[in-house]
Design a protein around this ligand. Structure first.
Ligand code: NAD
Ligand code: DAU
Length: 333
């Protein structure tokens, strides 16, 4: 059945991958609401059928913009956020605005119009695990966020849950692990190292590089969100992950190898304050109850394709690169 989706943050990394995924696999139409901050790119929506997708440039915390868009939508998928931990350590202000006030604004519109909502969140709300902890995050893991970014995402999740319980809105939530793939901002770990190498600069590893992230391709995150939108139970939280745990050191060495360089050819830099050690997702309910499974099971092949994407799309990332590196240089990273 054809539906009209409002996708907030659809010009960002995962939001744009989701919009491409939905337009290729359904006959839905999409309105993207995106403020086009430093992290949003109009070009990330290039090549999509213009009769099925429309971009509205605006703030998710602006009720006058949000309300009519929610009123006309059959469902809302909420990706818009300030998403980078390092930025949240430098200035938390926009994180509170977008992640908390933005989510609140959307919830009020959803409540007024009875529109179905899917809220996209992160595994970082659970804090971190020891490297040798046999347990992984599940829906029952208590919230314990570490950074201003993850604290605002945790707050946004709790707002959604409260609106379900107190006002009876129809909403699902998902908490996903670290994404990689095309159109990710060069501030993030994998694109930063790839584009550094393309520029002849050595990769930078925070601290000893032993921190573990549970990598999933953005395409698999998208298919999971679409599945939850179609079949998820209101009020439920679904954890999304693809059993992709790797240390940062392993990832940087793999990037170097795939780009024809010596795997030891990187530098250690100052560690991130409050740096979470390890994330790991148990996605059993999503797999067993909703029948979802990831398509990108070979991380090395997915990474090689991602490297090719950055090699082939310099015009997309180049405008962001110098300012991003200048900010890292100031922090000694
Ligand atoms: P991103 O930074 O690449 O994109 C965020 C998008 O939101 C941008 O297009 C930006 O312009 C837009 N935006 C920011 N503030 C806005 C505002 N006030 N109003 C409207 N639009 C605004 O982020 P991403 O990595 O694609 O993450 C998207 C969502 O997925 C976030 O909610 C994030 O918490 C969540 N998430 C990300 C990951 C990951 O690995 N990147 C993993 C799990 C969950
Ligand atoms: O787990 C999901 C989260 O993953 C999302 O909620 C966030 O939006 C997303 O940014 C990501 O958070 P991380 O902080 O894990 O991602 P980041 O790409 O910033 O860093 C990944 C790891 O690499 C982390 O341990 C820090 C490290 N790192 C990062 C950079 C930029 C480095 O060692 N060197 C670097 O240059």
């Amino acid at each position: 059945m054809s539906r009209h989706l409002l996708v907030t943050g659809g010009a960002g990394f995962i939001g744009s991958n989701f919009v491409h995924h939905v337009l290729a696999r359904t006959d839905h139409t999409v309105t993207v609401l995106d403020k086009l901050t430093y992290a949003g790119h109009r070009a990330s929506l290039d090549g999509l059928p213009v009769e099925r997708v429309r971009l509205v440039v605006g703030d998710v915390a602006d009720a006058a913009v949000v309300d009519p868009l929610v009123a006309e939508a059959d469902a809302v998928v909420h990706f818009a956020a300030e998403s980078h931990n390092d930025n949240s350590l430098g200035d938390p202000t926009p994180f509170l605005h977008t992640n908390l006030v933005g989510t609140f604004t959307l919830l009020e519109a959803v409540r007024r119009h009875g529109t179905r909502l899917h809220h996209v969140s992160t595994d970082e709300v659970y804090g971190d695990l020891a490297l040798d902890d046999p347990q992984r995050f599940t829906e029952a893991t208590p919230y314990n966020p570490s950074s201003p970014y993850s604290a605002t995402k945790a707050g946004s999740d709790l707002l959604v849950r409260a609106w379900v319980r107190s006002f009876g809105i129809s909403a699902t939530l998902s908490n996903c692990s670290n994404n990689y793939g095309p159109r990710q901002h060069v501030e993030k770990f994998i694109p930063r190292q790839i584009t550094n190498l393309l520029d002849g600069v050595r990769p930078r590893l925070y601290g000893a590089g032993l921190n573990v992230r549970d990598w999933i391709h953005a395409e698999d995150h998208s298919s999971a969100v679409l599945r939850i939108l179609e079949a998820g139970q209101s009020g439920r939280t679904y954890l999304i992950g693809a059993d992709g745990e790797r240390s940062n050191k392993e990832v940087v060495e793999m990037i170097l190898r795939l780009m024809g360089r010596d795997p030891g050819d990187y530098d250690h830099v100052i560690d991130r304050a409050g740096h979470d050690l390890r994330y790991a997702i148990d996605a059993t309910p999503l797999r067993q109850e909703l029948g979802w499974s990831p398509q990108f099971r070979d991380f090395e092949a997915g990474l090689a394709a991602t490297i090719d994407w950055y090699r082939d799309h310099e015009a997309w990332w180049r405008p962001q690169k110098a300012a991003t590196e200048a900010k890292y240089a100031e922090a000694g990273q």
